[in-house]
Design a binder for this molecule. Structure first.
Ligand SMILES: Cc1cc2nc3c(=O)[nH]c(=O)nc-3n(C[C@H](O)[C@H](O)[C@H](O)COP(=O)(O)OP(=O)(O)OC[C@H]3O[C@@H](n4cnc5c(N)ncnc54)[C@H](O)[C@@H]3O)c2cc1C
Length: 508
């Protein structure tokens, strides 16, 4: 197990296709239990794929775009965290919007359910089928269509890997407006469909702001062309927002126009150790005040997050052992000015006692070492067994409250509870590691954690979405009228309910 997860973590950083990642993992590991059994789900009344259906797909796609061999479809049935396993028999790999449209029109007619899949790095089971839904994998739609270097508007197909896009625009003095640990595998279409946040949302905002336009295909095959590259377009309803974050339940995103900010000329990174969570908050206030316009990320991780990642993955921790760690990044235009500013901040706050130790780097290799440690936390816990992952937003004053509460609650069950995340966005990732998935641990965690988040007026999902794992808890963050409106939209756009069933919307 150890070896395969290390391969996975490395793969995420190197733009290799997700298929390789998945096959490497599952070759040496036991298969997860079927989602339908594990979560006691009943199949809805959809059509069952027949050989005539496969023949139809083969008539509109080429042979290699239709996968039906068990070993070929297996990686598409299992999610990244190895929690969910679907039972699809067919994976389709369209190469154009037209092909997506033809497939959906046919599936809609035949009432065949469909599960859209991007890089399959989603963490809530949304990207894999539950039963025999046909997987529509967008990985072959990976062309960059245009880049306007003046406006920063990048237009591309949905299956482009985020890191590939970032490398492409960096060569032209721009960056992608989002960055996340899964960038080597996740697709821009998946990012848009989950409204992914990531490490620099604090500076560059979320995808509702950065996505300028998109093209999507509705359940009946209708192509909706909202692919504009304008910053301003107030011509009625802002339809692109319906697809951003709807997790493949309202349509398939096939092309995206996204605004890319200018590549910062200078980047500096500070990594600091502090004594308690209150110091993290005070440091955040101080960083906003003294780094202001150049602050691009403010991340925090507790002791266990960093120490276990460093140990499990043999990654160096550049500073000693502290109760909490803070990572502060700046993006600016003058390296001397920016690192002086960050160094002054470090000196002042070491003097005040807020920072106990720290290091500041501006050389790419050193910064990468620190970022690697932070970005690997999400995967490192998998080496210790099964990881329950919660990504919640909580008003920042109560950001860390739930971690000690959960530690107390989980006493008696072998667990590690740890927290890390994007403090600038109020988004904490709470991970609970147990040797093996267990109903006892699940019952202690859920719905407790969501009830606590609701009490604090937080959101049960800040980034990962609702997917398959959280529809029954979505009411903790959406009131009944809002849920009814969501159902109305679903009925309007996908009357037969074929798009990603069992996901996002709870059964009434
Ligand atoms: C190590 C690691 C770190 C992560 N860090 C972050 C983070 O910092 N911030 C964050 O927000 N997320 C993070 N994630 C979660 C995940 O990477 C994001 O949700 C990502 O946006 C998913 O993209 P994907 O291409 O892998 O989509 P998938 O996992 O394939 O799919 C996700 C959902 O979108 C739907 N979908 C995918 N493509 C399309 C499409 N073209 N049209 C319609 N629906 C589609 C799927 O049906 C599914 O419901 C992380 C994951 C990992 C493994």
């Amino acid at each position: 197990m150890l070896k395969s997860v290390i391969v996975l973590v490395r793969t995420l950083g190197t733009s290799k296709p997700n298929l390789i990642l998945s096959q490497t993992r599952f070759a040496s590991q036991a298969l997860p239990q079927l989602s339908a059994t594990k979560y006691n789900v009943r199949r809805k009344d959809f059509g069952v794929v027949q050989s005539e259906d496969v023949n139809y797909f083969k008539s509109i796609l080429s042979e290699e775009q239709v996968l039906t061999e068990e070993s070929d479809v297996l990686p598409f049935n299992i999610d990244w965290i190895k929690n969910c396993r679907g039972q699809t028999k067919v994976v389709l790999k369209p190469k154009s919007t037209q092909q997506v449209s033809q497939i959906l029109a046919y599936c809609n007619e035949r009432r065949l359910a469909v599960c859209p899949q991007g890089g399959n790095t989603g963490l809530v089971g949304g990207s894999v089928p539950v039963f025999d839904e046909i997987v529509l994998s967008l990985g072959s739609m990976n062309k960059i269509i245009s880049l306007d270097e003046t406006s920063g508007a990048l237009v591309c197909e949905a299956g482009c890997i985020l890191e590939t896009l970032d490398n492409y625009v960096r060569d032209r003095n721009l960056i992608m407006p989002l960055d996340l640990g899964a960038k080597g595998s996740c697709h821009i279409g998946g990012n848009v469909s989950t409204n992914a946040g990531g490490l620099r949302l604090l500076r560059y905002g979320n995808l509702h702001g950065s996505v300028m336009g998109l093209e999507a295909v509705k359940a009946d095959g209708t192509i909706v062309d909202c692919l504009r590259t304008l910053k301003k377009d107030n011509t009625g309803y802002h339809l692109k927002h319906l697809f951003i974050g709807s997790e493949g339940t309202l349509g398939l995103v096939t092309k995206v126009a996204v605004h890319c900010p200018v590549l910062p000329k200078a980047q500096t990174l500070g990594f600091f150790g502090v004594k308690d969570f209150d110091s993290v908050l005070r440091l955040y206030r101080s960083a906003k005040a003294s780094l202001g316009e150049i602050l691009s990320a403010f991340e925090m991780a507790d002791n266990y997050s960093i120490q276990s990642t460093s140990k499990n993955l043999n990654l160096p921790n550049p500073i000693a052992d502290f109760p909490f760690y803070v990572l502060v990044e700046t993006h600016g235009s003058d390296e001397t000015h920016d690192s002086e500013k960050l160094n002054r901040f470090l000196e002042r706050e070491m003097g005040s006692g807020l920072i106990l130790d720290g290091t500041v780097a501006s050389e790419p290799a050193k910064m990468q070492t620190i970022w690697n440690l932070r970005e690997s936390i999400a995967g490192a816990g998998l080496l210790e067994g099964y990881v329950y992952k919660y990504d919640v937003s909580i008003p920042v004053g109560h950001y860390y409250d739930l971690v000690p509460k959960l530690r107390e609650r989980m006493k008696g069950v072998t667990t590690k509870v740890y927290g890390y995340g994007h403090i600038g966005d109020g988004n904490i990732h709470i991970n609970v590691t147990v040797p093996k998935y267990s109903k006892q641990a699940t019952a202690l965690l859920e719905p407790y954690i969501f009830e606590e988040v609701a009490k604090l007026k937080g959101s049960i999902s800040a980034e990962h979405g609702v997917g398959f794992r959280k529809p029954q808890f979505v009411h903790y963050s959406k009131d009944p009228a809002a849920l009814d409106l969501m159902r109305d939209l679903k009925r309007l756009m996908d009357p037969n309910g074929i798009l990603n069933p069992y996901k996002v919307l709870p059964d009434p």
